[in-house]
Design a protein around this ligand. Structure first.
Ligand code: PEP
Ligand code: MN
Length: 370
């Protein structure tokens, strides 16, 4: 399978990016109006940090009746943004007609969205429309955590003659609701990198996070995993965006976010091995990351319990349950080498926050009813 994909690295291909890492693709989730598109593009270009402008023209929406994109008119705005800023532009294509329109208007880079990568019929239609065309194509991971579908989509495009291929990791839909809109499941991205080492992989923290506050952490993690670059959604007025409002940042906030990222050199490049302390600290970082995710998932369940208790007239604090938690967790902790005092203190803290979360839910429900 590996032999079927022989993509050039996009980072090598973009003329204006040899020294800039991470490569940054940014722009609004959707092109909404000509002035929103152009003003966002101008401000992004002015940061001097953006290598490629993005904007969704046809929007795949989970439910009908929401803004479904500006369509062909929006392509005109995107191309104006390209002419004004001199930056290459990218948009999502989901069928052959989108491909034809993009090629006609001079879009520089295409991407296949997560809801399209899941469907081999749609991917094949796009591949057929691209037969004999020399254009870079970025393939987002499918909505579901299936690496074969992701590789399959890359293969279909590669077989149609597309060599400027790259992947975009945007997280996966998951039944267990954690802090993220789409669970990163980093292992899958690492797996793709291992199976197709020539392929550049970008990370899209916006669609992984769903909220702008989390973006810096996910972006840093992507860089630490040596991803080739980032796709981050940016809008002049994020809160007023017609799609994905919560996860967009202003161009100024984007510049700050990028400045705050640390680009670490892979140890092979720097010619020195990571020292033991660095390695151990990385393991701690990884574990803290997992602990925070689990704590956040636990609080989300506390919230649901709060709703249930309210609906069923149950008190927030149930002493028996709390005693059982203390008892079983301390025993488990001791078996795992954690002191009784530590486990008790930690549980008290978690329990305290959990009660706080439930109180908030109950008050909110009360307000709505009242
Ligand atoms: C987008 O990039 O705006 C988008 C719709 O992304 P995804 O396909 O990752 O959901
Ligand atoms: Mn979006």
């Amino acid at each position: 399978m590996k032999k079927d994909i022989q993509p050039e690295s996009l980072t090598k291909w973009f003329p204006n990016t040899h020294n800039s890492k991470p490569l940054l693709i940014s722009g609004p989730c959707s092109a909404e109006t000509e002035s929103q598109m152009l003003n966002t593009a101008r401000q992004l270009a002015a940061t001097g940090k953006v290598n490629v402008l993005r904007a969704g023209i046809w929007k795949p929406r989970t439910r009908p009746g929401q803004f479904e994109g500006a369509g062909t008119e929006g392509l005109g705005w995107l191309v104006r943004a390209k002419i004004e800023t001199g930056l290459p532009v990218a948009t999502e294509v989901a069928n052959a007609q989108h491909v034809e329109l993009c090629l006609k208007h001079g879009v520089d880079i295409l991407w296949v969205g997560a809801r399209t990568t899941v469907n081999p019929f749609s991917v094949q239609e796009i591949a057929d429309a691209l037969q004999g065309v020399d254009i870079p194509v970025l393939v987002k991971n499918p909505v579901n955590p299936d690496i074969e579908l992701w590789i399959g989509a890359l293969e279909r495009l590669n077989k149609a003659g597309i060599t400027k291929l790259a992947a975009i990791h945007r997280g996966f839909s998951s039944f267990e609701k954690g802090p993220f809109r789409n669970a990163p499941m980093w292992d899958l991205a690492i797996d793709l990198k291992t199976r197709v080492p020539e392929l550049a992989i970008f990370c899209d923290p916006s669609h992984i996070c769903g909220t702008r506050e989390l973006i810096p952490f996910v972006a840093q993690k992507a860089l630490d995993l040596d991803m080739a670059g980032l796709m981050v959604e940016s809008h002049i007025h994020p809160d007023a965006a017609w799609s994905d409002a919560k996860q967009q940042v202003t161009p100024a906030a984007l510049a700050k976010l990028i400045d705050g990222l640390i680009v670490r050199k892979p140890s092979v490049d720097s010619g020195s091995f990571k020292d033991t302390l660095t390695q151990l600290r990385e393991q701690i970082d990884q574990l803290d990351d997992e602990i925070m995710q689990k704590l956040s998932a636990r609080m989300k369940i506390s919230e649901k319990i709060g709703v249930y208790k309210k609906e069923n007239n149950v008190t927030i604090l149930q002493v028996n349950r709390w005693e059982e938690i203390i008892h079983t967790r301390i025993a488990l902790g001791l078996a795992m080498g954690l002191s009784e005092d530590f486990t008790r203190d930690m549980l008290k803290l978690v329990h305290h926050e959990s009660i706080h979360v439930q109180e908030k839910v109950m008050n909110a429900v009360n307000q709505r009813v009242g």
